[in-house]
Design a protein around this ligand. Structure first.
Ligand code: SAH
Length: 510
């Protein structure tokens, strides 16, 4: 709708670890019409967007082609002028070595509204995650952010490294300096820096693949080369680096440096993901299925206007609730249009989604199956001549509907609103990471996860030199399915719980 005013949000995506973005960033990603993101933005962040959101990658492609800066600026202006809410996601903070300033100027010049949302810049994350306090009483009272990258094609101010060698009680944090590390350190020393000054490189800060080495201004270039460290990394120079040894907490976590793949949808996975990340693992979520709206069908509007005739509405998934109310509120601005409809559902997540709207769930069975929901509904004794509507997807809850029909008291209608589909893993960036680099382990927390993994195994085939993951299972039933499908478990949880699964993984990888 072009009469709406567009806007561009220049948003800091933080250093890598998705949980380090601001609440504002998360909220803007979730409501954007268009997202334009860079190389160092974690692919997980982009997945928070709406299904309808247009996602544009502006980083380097496999052929090393990057979208020219002017083209990006023109793109921002174009989409905003078309009335879109555009989120321009940039690694770290948009205004620190990120060309956010140039983009803001282009937007201002074009008369486009914009907002700038700061982010955790790489040096701050690298300091925190490598145990290097960037300032410290009695040791460092100043912090300088520098760029080591000097584009030979672009005349501009070059860094006078020698003058920074003279600074006392100062921490230097150097971005984009890995290509010239040896030169930079030599110049600092030539400028008066003691060659004994502690110095460190921190690569991929905040992520499971973080690596760091510490030495002195004299030794760091050799140490870093030997360890094979390269961009993206921050170089620190200053006495504060000494603390690394004592307070390097992150690289000591039990699953630090381990890549662990997990295999269901985001809603189902977040608890497992949190547990693994708390132990330092890098988690790869393989999105095997996706739920999409299927509200184009005729008759839905009709049913919605006839909602008042129903006694019960039944939901079997949180997605069903979300999609139903999306459609409902498009037709009716007032929740009272639901009339006296009573709510029944399966699953705690489904109930939470209904209760979020301050609606009461009157029937929810203890076991989360369609069959028990039918039993629970029948047990309410309210089904004589009642009308029940079941919100469902393409994977039908036949047991539920059949059981209610067999009972014969209620009239049961279906309201198919969504489809559960296989995702196209060919284009998924996380799946791509998995195919290329593999993982240390892959965890299965249910038979259905094993099943869907098996169905998509073709598109998840690992590259020749990718790491082959060990397969972990949550319990006997899952292990049995794995065995049947020819992918036997390498380790199994002692009890069927996520905690026990994670414990078994830690033990196995020790
Ligand atoms: N705007 C970004 C910086 C972009 S320049 C920010 O505020 O962080 C790109 C440089 O940032 C990289 O070459 C590297 O020096 C640094 N960098 C970005 N992410 C990093 C990470 N996770 N770990 C270490 N350095 C990182």
């Amino acid at each position: 709708m072009s009469q709406l005013k567009g806007i561009v949000h220049l948003v800091g995506a933080g250093p890598g670890e998705p949980n380090l973005v601001t609440l504002r960033a998360r909220e803007l990603i979730a409501s954007a019409d268009v997202i334009i993101y860079d190389q160092l933005v974690h692919p997980e962040l982009v997945k928070w967007c709406r299904a309808e959101c247009e996602v544009i990658f502006a980083g380097k492609t496999a052929g090393c082609h990057t979208v020219p800066q002017e083209e990006i600026e023109a793109l921002l202006v174009k989409h905003a002028q078309a009335g879109k809410r555009v989120v321009r996601l940039k690694g770290g903070d948009p205004l620190i070595f990120g060309r956010g300033g140039e983009e803001a100027r282009a937007l201002a010049a074009a008369g486009v509204a914009f907002e700038i949302v700061p982010g955790v810049t790489a040096a701050l994350a690298a300091g925190a995650y490598a145990g290097i306090p960037l300032t410290l009483r009695h040791t460092s009272s100043a912090l300088v952010f520098l760029t080591g990258h000097e584009d030979p094609a672009k005349p501009g101010p070059t860094v006078d490294w020698r003058s920074y060698g003279e600074l006392k009680n100062t921490t230097l944090a150097i971005y984009m300096g890995m290509g010239r590390l040896r030169h930079i350190l030599a110049e600092l020393v030539a400028g008066g820096l003691s060659p004994k000054t502690p110095a460190a490189v921190v690569q991929w800060a905040s992520l499971g693949r973080q690596r760091s080495v510490a030495g002195t201004a004299a030794t760091l270039a050799d140490l870093s080369e030997k360890a094979g460290l390269a961009a993206p990394a921050v170089i620190f120079v200053g006495e504060v680096v000494k603390n690394h040894e004592a307070i390097d907490w992150f690289e000591r976590l039990p699953l630090f440096g381990r890549r662990v793949a997990i295999t269901r949808t985001r809603d189902q996975n977040s608890e497992l993901r949190d547990k693994l990340e708390a132990l330092g693992a890098e988690v790869l979520e393989l999105p095997l299925i996706r739920v999409t709206k299927d509200v184009s069908r005729e008759g839905i509007v009709e049913i919605l206007t006839e909602l008042g005739q129903y006694d019960w509405i039944v939901f079997t998934s949180a997605n069903g609730v979300r999609i139903f109310f999306d459609a409902f509120f498009k037709g009716f601005p007032d929740v009272r249009a639901l009339g006296g409809l009573r709510f029944a559902c399966v699953g705690a997540a489904t109930a939470r989604e209904i209760e979020r709207l301050h609606l009461k769930v009157e029937c929810q069975p203890a076991t989360a199956t369609g069959e028990s929901l039918a039993d629970a509904l029948i047990a309410t004794g309210s089904l004589d001549h009642a009308k029940v509507i079941v919100v469902c997807g393409n994977l039908n809850r036949d047991t539920l509907v059949k059981k209610l029909e067999q009972d014969g008291r209620a009239i049961v209608d279906r309201l198919p609103l969504y489809r559960t589909e296989r995702t196209d893993l060919a284009r998924d960036p996380v799946a791509d990471d998995f195919r290329t680099h593999g993982a240390d382990a892959i965890l299965f927390a249910s038979s259905s996860a094993v099943q869907s993994f098996h169905e998509q195994a073709q598109s998840l085939q690992l590259a020749k030199d990718a790491k082959r993951p060990l397969a972990g299972s949550i319990g006997p039933q899952t292990s049995e399915t794995m065995m049947k499908l020819g992918m036997p478990a390498d380790f199994t949880a002692k009890q069927p719980s996520l905690d026990a699964l994670v414990a078994a993984l830690v033990k196995k990888l020790k």
